[in-house]
Ligand binder design. Structure first.
Ligand SMILES: C[S@@+](CC[C@H](N)C(=O)[O-])C[C@H]1O[C@@H](n2cnc3c(N)ncnc32)[C@H](O)[C@@H]1O
Length: 263
């Protein structure tokens, strides 16, 4: 299932906002080692490096296409091809940052404590994931997957969503952390173009489904999904389309040396 850096970057600005909101909540002055897990095209990784220019900043991703785009961006960041499911830091990190990536992995009850194990004393695990599986953009995916001859192939792939309720992450991390901040934000993305929610999901959540069908089935499924999405997300009077999008954030601080207070 290849990623398409250009397609993903179509909505670079609205996709960047949650990463910036998360980064703003990481209250460390001088981290030594920072990892951006699931770094994609590196646009956030470069901002992380800009915030802490003295830190050793590295991006980790399993997509050669995304990493190629990231490396093209330069910025004094090292990039590593690895699967987050099995990745370990080698040397503990001061900030383990992950924006819009960990929802691609299951079994969060095992994953999150394991990732927190990679964080040094006084360091931070900072994560943002979509928490919008109930939104029409996703429920319609499951409906369209079940609404045609492709249903046996696509229906089992739709509706998978490993992100749990915020309280579950509290239960996992609170016993291990000295500070834990968990919150949700529902953004109201304002999108331009014709039926832009389809273009948005084609860059992300729709990809695993489109990867396993071709020809008439691919066209038919996409047409069915697009028709239903157009009805659920009509353009406003100014021609723009609103996409409400809920996201879950958490910042967990490891016991150890004191973290400087917020500025
Ligand atoms: C939605 S993009 C987010 C990219 C970046 N963090 C950002 O905020 O722009 C998700 C990224 O997670 C990566 N990813 C998904 N599953 C992965 C895995 N198992 N191991 C490593 N990276 C993975 C994808 O290749 C993709 O680049």
């Amino acid at each position: 299932m290849a990623w398409d850096p250009a397609l993903y970057s179509t909505f670079a600005q609205p996709r960047l906002r949650p990463a910036l909101d998360l980064l703003a909540r990481v209250e460390i002055d001088r981290p030594g080692r920072v990892i951006d897990l699931g770094c994609g095209t590196g646009n956030v990784t470069r901002l992380i490096k800009a915030r802490w220019p003295d830190a050793e900043v590295a991006g980790v991703d399993s997509s050669p296409e995304m990493l190629a785009a990231a490396r093209d961006g330069g910025g004094g960041v090292a990039y590593t091809l690895a699967d987050m499911a099995t990745w370990t830091a080698g040397q503990l990190v001061d900030v383990l940052f992950s924006n819009a990536a960990l929802h691609w992995l299951g079994d969060h009850a095992t994953l999150f404590p394991r990732l927190f194990d990679q964080v040094a004393a006084g360091g931070v695990l900072a994560v943002q994931m979509p928490h919008n599986h109930y939104a029409a953009s996703h429920t319609i995916m499951a409906e369209a997957a079940a609404a045609g001859p492709w249903r046996d192939v696509l229906a089992p792939l739709a509706g998978r969503f490993p992100v749990a309720d915020p309280s579950s992450y509290y239960d996992l991390l609170a016993p291990l952390a000295v500070g834990l901040d968990i919150w949700e934000t529902e953004y109201l993305h304002v999108l331009e173009g014709d039926n832009p929610v389809v273009a948005w999901t084609m860059g992300t959540a729709l990809r695993p489904l489109l990867a396993v069908v071709e020809g008439e089935w691919r066209d038919g499924f996409l047409a069915e999904y697009s028709r239903r999405i157009a009805a659920a997300y009509p353009p406003r009077a100014d021609g723009k389309t609103l996409l409400p999008f809920r996201r879950l954030f958490m910042v967990a601080v490891k016991p150890g040396r004191a973290i400087p207070p917020p500025a």
